[in-house]
Design a protein around this ligand. Structure first.
Ligand SMILES: [Zn+2]
Length: 395
């Protein structure tokens, strides 16, 4: 069978000599962008407190939306009529949707996983619903994102019960793999949207390796690494990331799901990851926290009441150009506009942080890490071990 002509190209333009870090140009139907890339999460097709054009102004070229929420409201029929989410929400850049499965398992306690799919009780009318791989892809086809995800069986990374993980994987031919094949078969728009399969396997190296190797046999344009960053030890997390990136092919993008805190971003880029998403920058903004190199500024704190400096004097965002910490102190967690102002800054910070990698190549990524010059945020308490882990090649 002829390989599919995928609507995605990925051209590696530089690689670090000592780590697995690389930078590349990713071309999708709605965007051409540089990787590593951080994607903010707009749950229902809109970023809380931000307009699509503001995201563009912040240099954000790719965002993530949640299939579970969009599938419920506005729903696939309306999205079909609107010719997809891009035109419905007026977003002219890259879009990625998750499969909806994670939301169900994490939001809905009563979710049950069978060979057929994920069964859950609707939070809207208590009726029993079934999300199958086919239904997930059908909704994602209606949404029309550039990159869509297979339905997978998410097993918590802190779960130590090997039987449960194996059950999720249904060795030797895993459930996640069988669901992937059903997703690929159900996909109606392969010329416009790419399905990324997901490497699962908990913290068990052999299961994760088996899963990754099985994915290689499928004709896909990129891969995701899932089921991590759920509270496991950092060393276990990094071990699973580097094991996965070590198996996945060099010439295709690798997306680490649900990871985006700055220190994690640094180390996972060094371990060969190209794409990240995280709700953290916008969620933390709602609680009055601003992201800065030295950590978070909790602006509600009284020490900011008379501080007339901006959140970050070097930041180019509109919030830092126009507003003081003292003003923000008086409105955070009280006024909706404060959430907006902090979200602007936090997304600007996150996007510029991932773009910062592009400027590191001249001095080599690992040297930047070694000198601690890769922004101070990486200098949190775990920085010493990150440097040791990445630079000394303990992976
Ligand atoms: Zn700012």
């Amino acid at each position: 069978m002829m390989p599919t002509k995928h609507p995605l190209t990925f051209s590696v333009i530089a690689e670090c000599a000592r780590t697995k870090a690389r930078t590349a140009i990713l071309t999708l139907p709605h965007a051409t962008l540089e990787t590593p890339v951080f994607m903010p999460v707009g749950t229902k097709g809109t970023m809380k407190g931000l307009l699509p054009e503001q995201l563009e102004d912040l240099n954000c070229r790719m965002m993530l939306s949640n299939t579970y929420h969009l599938g419920t409201n506005p729903g696939p029929d309306l999205l079909d009529k609107a010719k997809g989410l891009h035109s419905f929400m007026h977003w002219r850049n890259g879009l990625l949707t998750d499969s909806g499965g994670f939301q169900m398992v994490s939001l809905l306690k009563l979710a049950r996983i069978t060979e057929e799919g994920v069964t859950f009780k609707s939070p809207y009318d208590d009726s029993e619903c079934l999300l199958t791989p086919e239904r997930s892809i059908e909704i994602q086809n209606s949404i029309g994102a550039d990159i869509i995800m297979q339905l997978d069986d998410v097993v918590s990374s802190t779960l130590q019960d090997r039987n449960r993980v194996e059950e999720a994987m249904h060795r030797p031919v895993t459930l996640t793999i069988r669901w992937l094949d059903r997703c690929l078969k159900a996909h109606k728009k392969p010329e416009k949207q790419c399905i990324f399969p997901i490497v699962q396997g908990g913290l068990f190296s052999d299961l994760r390796e088996e899963c990754a190797k099985s994915l290689l046999l499928r004709d896909v344009a990129g891969y995701a690494i899932g089921g991590l960053s759920g509270g496991e030890e950092k060393a276990d997390f990094w071990r699973m990331v580097t094991l996965s990136t070590g198996i996945l092919p060099r010439d295709k993008p690798r997306y680490l799901m649900g990871v985006g805190v700055a220190a994690d971003l640094v180390v996972c880029v060094a371990l060969g990851v190209d794409m990240f998403d995280c709700v953290f920058p916008t969620r933390t903004a709602r609680f009055g926290s601003a992201l800065v190199d030295s950590g978070n500024l909790y602006l509600k704190h009284k020490r900011f009441a008379k501080d007339f400096s901006p959140i970050d004097p070097e930041c180019e965002c509109s919030t830092c150009k126009r507003h003081t910490r003292a003003f923000l102190h008086s409105v955070v967690t009280v006024e909706a506009s404060a959430c907006h102002l902090l979200s602007v800054h936090n997304i600007a910070y996150q996007v510029s942080f991932s773009q910062f990698f592009m400027s590191c190549w001249e001095v080599r990524f690992f040297l930047s890490l070694q000198r601690g010059s890769l922004k101070n945020n990486a200098g949190s308490s775990s920085y010493a071990s990150i440097t040791c882990y990445v630079v000394k090649g303990r992976h």
